[in-house]
Design a protein around this ligand. Sequence first.
Ligand code: PEP
Ligand code: MG
Length: 314
Amino acid sequence: QRERAWSQRYSPALTTDGHRFEVVANIAKVEEATSALKAGAEGVGLVRTEFLFLDREHAPSEEEQFECYKAMVQALEGLPMVLRTIDIGGDKPVDYLGLSEHDLSFLGLRGIRLGLARPDIIRTQLRAVYRAAAFGPIKLLFPMIATPNDFRRIRQIAESVRQEVDGPQLDLGVMIEVPAAVVMAPEIAKVADFFSVGTNDLTQYALAVDRTHPLLAKRADSLHPVVLRLISTATKAAHAEGKWVGVCGGLAADPLGAQILAGLGVDELSMPPALIPAVKEKIRKASLTDLQALATRAMAQDDAVAVRLIPPVV
Ligand code: PEP
Ligand code: MG
């Protein structure tokens, strides 16, 4: 029994009819790369690099960032690592950047907007990433992209830094977490290499509910059909261009959510390492047809409470 559990942990998540979903980890620290491997992750779907920038007096140097990203990708022993550039702002404030409360609001200079406004910060980070990419397979992911132009601008910066340090070409992906990016998904999918859906922000922006508001936050339920329909639209747009789609927001870690996302056709689910074995089990219990039927039924409801009443496929 114990041996079976052990071998299951390191096997891929296949549905009963043999369809494979990648199950990967969200991490922020080097030690978590090791926990991810132990939990049976097939790679890392999200490195939240802003954690390196929080609770300190100065931004980390290029060298410090390089050492950290290199150690992470080396700890993964050849498995792929999706590294997201800093996503400061919103619920992740940083004092030393001299940003006002207004800049830091959820509708302010978050994510890539800060990178575009302060190219020194993002260029230093990108230099460290392109250097670390010599030590293992890294893909770059950009947060808070709203339009194809946001992506083109950051891609241009990335390419110029790559040439500066003579780094390898990396796949460049877009976080799908602003509803505008879903509307423009057909155009964004033409220029980006992959999508990663951030269900936490996509939910708060689509439902206009602050994800940290003490009274309203519980209404920001990512199982809301609004969110599921947006994910379905973005996934179809990516696949139409032959691009893959991951989900790294909290919905991927929810047992019912993971089954619905699989049914919507996403390719990869990324979550905290501890939840990986349970999500793999949930995928293995179902056929792709069951999962698709579940997703269709969920999208047809008119609120998240109704979706939560649908029994998962067991
Ligand atoms: C998200 O928005 O779902 C996401 C994964 O990013 P974060 O939670 O770090 O904003
Ligand atoms: Mg986000």
